[in-house]
Design a protein around this ligand. Structure first.
Ligand code: HEM
Length: 62
């Protein structure tokens, strides 16, 4: 909700600046097995994930 992290890491633009969009998209799609990040495959499309990552990096989500 605040993108400042909690169980997960912060997802504010400064935190994501050095991470390639392709890498972040893969993390959201596949999750991080054996860590708490769940996979969103089947719930979100690749296109929706690409949109999310683009706007997380831009920092213009509501
Ligand atoms: C659509 C919703 C979500 C998105 C877009 C998202 C996105 C991300 C991204 C991009 C990362 C990698 C961050 C980085 O490498 O700097 C990450 C990591 C992580 N996420 Fe999520 N996440 C979501 C939901 C969740 C939920 C529901 C949980 C917990 C129940 C969660 C827990 C975590 C954790 C613990 C990590 C770090 C894993 C590690 O490196 O050990 N995420 N998430």
């Amino acid at each position: 909700m605040t993108l400042k992290g909690g169980l997960g890491p912060p997802l504010l633009p400064a935190d994501l600046a050095n991470k390639p969009a392709d890498l972040l998209e893969d993390i959201v799609f596949h999750g991080l097995p054996e860590r708490a990040m769940p996979p969103w495959e089947g719930l979100l499309t690749r296109e929706e994930i690409r949109w999310l990552v683009l706007h997380l990096k831009k920092g213009d989500l509501p």
